[in-house]
Design a binder for this molecule. Structure first.
Ligand code: ATP
Ligand code: MG
Length: 429
C-alpha cells in the first residue's frame, strides 16, 4: 500500500520533548545514534497533541527486536506471536516495536478466521504499513526524534485537531477483525472527549454482539481502563448510547431497563462519579468495588427473581451473587481476588439495616468498602437515611485499620506496563 505522508515540522505542532519521559528520550536517541529510525507513536503522541499528559510511551523503529536488545543492557524481549522489546528503567517500561507489516501479502503467517478475526500474524513491515494497521487515525501519528517532525500517513493530525476519532480503513472490517476496537472507540472518546466520526460510530450498535467473541481477560483489562481512569461516567454513558452496555453487562442492562424509577442507574452513576473524583484526587480505586457497583443492578434483579420464585431471602442473596458472577465471568474474566470481595460487599448490605452485631460488622475486613457502598445506596434512595446516619457514627468511632482500607481491596490492579496485553492485531482466541 502506498500512502502519501504528511510531514508536520516542529514549528507547526505543539509537542515538545518536555512532554516525553527521559527514559523514552534515551531510547529514542540511542536508536537514532545507531542509525535506526526512531519514532514515538500511538497514545503518547495523540495525548500530547490533545493536551493530556501521556502516561506511557511506545516507540516504533526499523530495528529488529534482537538489534534493539543489542543496544540496551536493560532490555528483554517479550511476546511469542509478535516479538517486542521492553527497555526497563526502574518502574518504567518503554516498549519498542519493530514496524509491522500488513502481512496479508503471503509473506507472513497471517491467518484469518472465517468471521474476519485475525488470529495470527507475524511480519515486519514499513512505517506506512505499521500506520495502516493501527486502529484510529489519532493513534497512528509518528513523532520523529531525528528532526522532531510528525509523520502522518492517515490524516490523524487533522482528526486530533478536529477532536475526532476515526478508524483507519473500512470500519465494518476493522471491527470484525477485532471487536474490542468498539470498546476502544467508546473509551478513547470518553477519555479525550472526542467525537466519533459518523462512519466509525455507525456500525457499532449493529456489530456490538461480536464483543462476546473477545477474550474475557482482555475485556477485563479494557473494563479497568474504561472505568478506573477518571472518565467512568462518560465511558458508561457512551457504552449505553452505542448499545455496548447490553453486550458487556447484559444482566445489568436488563435490570436498568426494568427499573422504572431509575434509582439503580442514579446510584450507579453516582458511584462512578465518585470513582472519577477519587482518580482525580489520586486516591486508590478498586476493581472489586467497581464491579460490585457495575453488577449491583444485576444482583438486585436476580435476587428479586429468586425470591419471587419462593426462595428464602438469605439464600436468594447468596444464590444471586453466585449466578451473577458466573454469568459475567464468561464474558469478562474478573479474577477471584476481585469477585470474592465484590460478593461480600453485596452480602453485607442487608446487615446495615439490621444494626445487630455491630462490633462484628465493623471489624469485618470488608466493612469499610461495604459501608461506602451502603452510603451510596442511601444517598440515592431515601429509604436508608436513618440507617446510614447510624452507621456513619460507627465509622467515625472506628478509625485506623479499616479507615483507610476502604477501596484498597487487593489493589494490585493499577496495571503496570508489564500487565498490559498487546493486541494490535486482534485476539488470538
Ligand atoms: P491508552 O494508553 O490511553 O490506553 P493507547 O491508544 O495508547 O491508549 P494502547 O493499548 O496503549 O492504547 O495501544 C498503543 C497503540 O497501539 C495505539 O495507540 C494504537 O496505535 C495501537 N493499538 C492498540 N490496540 C489496537 C487495536 N486493537 N487495533 C489496532 N491498533 C491498536
Ligand atoms: Mg498506551
Amino acid at each position: 500500500m502506498n500512502r502519501q505522508v504528511t510531514l508536520i515540522p516542529r514549528d507547526q505542532h505543539p509537542i515538545s520533548r518536555k512532554q516525553i519521559s527521559t527514559s523514552a528520550l534515551r531510547v529514542l536517541y540511542r536508536l537514532h545514534e545507531e542509525g535506526y529510525a526512531a519514532f514515538l507513536v500511538g497514545g503518547a503522541v495523540r495525548d500530547a497533541l490533545a493536551g493530556i499528559a501521556p502516561k506511557d510511551f511506545d516507540i516504533a523503529t526499523d530495528a529488529t527486536p534482537e538489534q534493539v536488545r543489542g543496544l540496551f543492557r536493560n532490555c528483554r524481549l517479550i511476546g511469542r506471536r509478535f516479538r517486542l522489546a521492553h527497555v526497563v528503567f526502574g518502574r518504567e517500561i518503554i516498549e519498542v516495536a519493530t514496524f509491522r507489516g500488513q502481512s496479508d501479502d503471503g509473506t507472513g503467517d497471517r491467518q484469518v478466521h472465517q468471521d474476519g478475526r485475525v488470529i495470527r500474524d507475524n511480519v515486519y513491515g514499513t512505517i506506512e504499513e505499521d500506520a495502516a494497521r493501527r486502529d484510529f487515525t489519532a493513534n497512528a501519528l509518528y513523532y520523529n526524534i531525528a528532526d522532531f517532525s510528525i509523520h502522518d500517513y492517515v490524516g490523524g493530525f487533522e482528526d486530533v485537531r478536529a477532536r475526532r476519532l476515526r478508524l483507519i480503513g473500512s470500519p465494518d472490517d476493522r471491527y470484525r477483525e477485532d471487536p474490542v476496537r468498539m470498546l476502544r472507540a467508546a473509551r478513547l472518546a470518553a477519555k479525550l472527549q472526542f467525537d466519533i466520526s459518523p462512519e466509525t460510530a455507525e456500525p457499532i450498535p449493529r456489530l456490538a454482539s461480536l464483543l462476546t467473541q473477545a477474550a474475557p481477560a482482555r475485556l477485563f483489562d479494557e473494563c479497568l481502563k474504561l472505568f478506573l481512569s477518571g472518565h467512568a461516567v462518560r465511558s458508561f454513558e457512551g457504552l449505553e448510547r452505542m448499545g455496548l452496555l447490553a453486550v458487556l453487562l447484559p444482566d445489568t442492562a436488563k435490570a436498568l431497563k426494568s427499573n422504572s424509577n431509575g434509582s439503580l442507574k442514579a446510584m450507579l452513576l453516582r458511584g462512578l462519579a465518585q470513582t472519577d473524583e477519587r482518580v482525580a484526587r489520586g486516591d486508590s480505586v478498586s476493581p472489586a468495588f467497581l464491579f460490585s457497583l457495575l453488577l449491583w443492578p444485576a444482583w438486585c434483579r436476580t435476587k428479586a427473581q429468586l425470591e419471587a420464585n419462593g426462595m428464602h431471602a438469605a439464600e436468594a442473596q447468596q444464590r444471586a451473587a453466585d449466578k451473577v458472577t458466573l454469568q459475567q465471568v464468561h464474558l469478562i474474566a474478573i479474577p477471584r481476588r476481585f469477585s470474592m470481595p465484590m460478593q461480600e460487599i453485596w452480602l453485607l448490605q442487608s446487615r446495615f439495616s439490621q444494626r445487630k452485631r455491630v462490633g462484628r460488622l465493623v471489624a469485618h475486613p470488608r466493612f469499610r468498602a461495604a459501608y461506602d457502598f451502603f452510603k451510596l445506596r442511601a444517598d440515592t434512595g431515601a429509604s436508608h437515611a436513618e440507617d446510614a446516619a447510624f452507621w456513619a457514627s460507627q465509622v467515625v468511632e472506628t478509625p485506623g485499620e479499616q479507615g483507610e482500607t476502604n477501596w484498597d481491596i487487593a489493589v494490585d490492579d493499577a496495571p503496570p506496563r508489564t500487565r498490559k496485553r498487546r493486541r494490535r492485531s486482534g485476539p488470538t482466541s
